[in-house]
Ligand binder design. Structure first.
Ligand code: FE2
Length: 363
């Protein structure tokens, strides 16, 4: 693998939403994020209002159009509330853009420098699957809270948070036959590698209705699984996503914690709705995954899943979709050495998702 450009980590994720003020409140009150910056009519932004919310190293931006002509309004009409921008923190946005566009990436925002009293913010963006764009952000000459146009906004009551620390991975759903093309894009254009230990066969159970491959950058900080629908007994959850999202897009965002029991207990208390896992999942769990530090009773009570690979184990749980369309959801993950994504849980996860699909009349 050749590294074409260094990546420091995820910089932010920008959502396009119908009502950014309420979306920001949702992430603050149910996920424990703290508001740090805002732009809107009050700050001189005449076309878009955005709220920046943060927790640990995770930064989300919720943006809405202030009138129907704006492209954000068109995108929200098509996709509903969705992830529109995946921001990567890089030491040199212009170089990253040059490296990947020279290898065939489609430029969306050419190298740009925005300026205010806090310095210079350099960025550029390329096209990813569906209408998602990948933005390179270089903050080395910038000391502001988020970006020019944004005003720092301290929360009225500082949020206690829920122990969420980083973006572990971001999963994209693409149309049938497109997964290989995007894996190739990440390998050949971005210089990412395919995680070889992620085996397609491992998820081919009778319930499986998807194919999945994972690409990651050289440092392993950026992990991007890509799913495509596969023929199953019933309507694939990926097909359901593609139908309601009206095209490819981000399916789920995994957020890491170092204490999933505390985090999930708190998120539940604040109103986050998780997928229900049948109690049968916890029978013989220790025989399947070996010894773990956590109490299985406690995991069962909260509906947390466990999986093991050669390097260790992981604990994970999935939320219900966070909008009315059955599209974007979140995963909470705590890794104990394991570098995989919970393939051993796909069967129980699929069963849980399929029960919800059936309730929606989409099976
Ligand atoms: Fe995941």
């Amino acid at each position: 693998m050749t590294v074409f450009f260094p990546v420091l980590g995820f910089d932010h994720l920008e959502f396009y939403v119908g009502n950014a003020r309420q979306a920001a409140k949702f992430y603050e009150t149910t996920f424990g994020f703290t508001r740090t910056a805002h732009r809107g009519l009050e700050t001189g932004s005449r076309k878009v209002a955005s709220y920046v919310v943060e927790q640990g190293e995770i930064r989300l931006v919720l943006s809405t159009a202030l009138n129907s002509d704006h492209p954000i309004a068109h995108r929200v009409l098509q996709h509903g509330d969705h992830v529109a921008v995946i921001g990567l923190a890089v030491p040199d946005a212009i170089d990253a853009y040059k490296q990947v566009t020279a290898r065939g990436a489609i430029g969306v925002i050419p190298p740009t420098t925005a300026e205010d009293e806090f310095g210079l913010l350099h960025y550029a963006a390329i096209q990813l699957y569906g209408n998602v764009i990948l933005k390179f952000v270089d903050r080395s000459d910038y000391r502001g809270t988020f970006a020019p146009e944004f005003k720092p906004q301290l929360a009225i009551t500082p949020n206690r948070g829920a122990g969420l620390q980083t973006i572990d991975h971001i999963v994209g759903n693409v149309e049938l036959g497109a997964m290989e093309r995007w894996v190739k894009f990440f390998e050949e254009t971005m210089g990412f590698e395919l995680l070889v230990h992620f085996d397609d066969q491992a998820i081919s159970t009778e319930y499986s209705a998807l194919m999945s491959k994972v690409v990651q950058n050289g440092s392993g900080k950026i992990k991007l699984p890509i799913n495509e629908p596969a023929a199953g007994k019933r309507k694939s959850q990926i097909e359901e996503y593609l139908e309601y999202h009206q095209g490819p897009g981000v399916q789920h965002i995994a957020l890491s914690t170092q204490n999933i029991i505390a985090t999930v207990s708190q998120l539940r208390e604040m109103g986050v709705e998780f997928l229900r896992i049948p109690m049968t999942y916890y029978e013989n769990l220790e025989a399947r995954v070996g010894k773990i530090d956590e109490s299985i009773d406690q995991l069962a009570e909260l509906g947390i899943l466990v999986d093991r690979d050669q390097e260790g184990y992981l604990l994970q749980i999935f939320t219900q979709p966070v909008e009315d369309r059955p599209t974007l959801f979140f995963e909470i993950i705590e890794r104990h050495g394991a570098q995989s994504f919970g393939e051993g849980n796909f069967k129980s996860l699929f069963e849980a998702i399929e029960r919800e699909q059936a309730l929606r009349g989409n099976l």
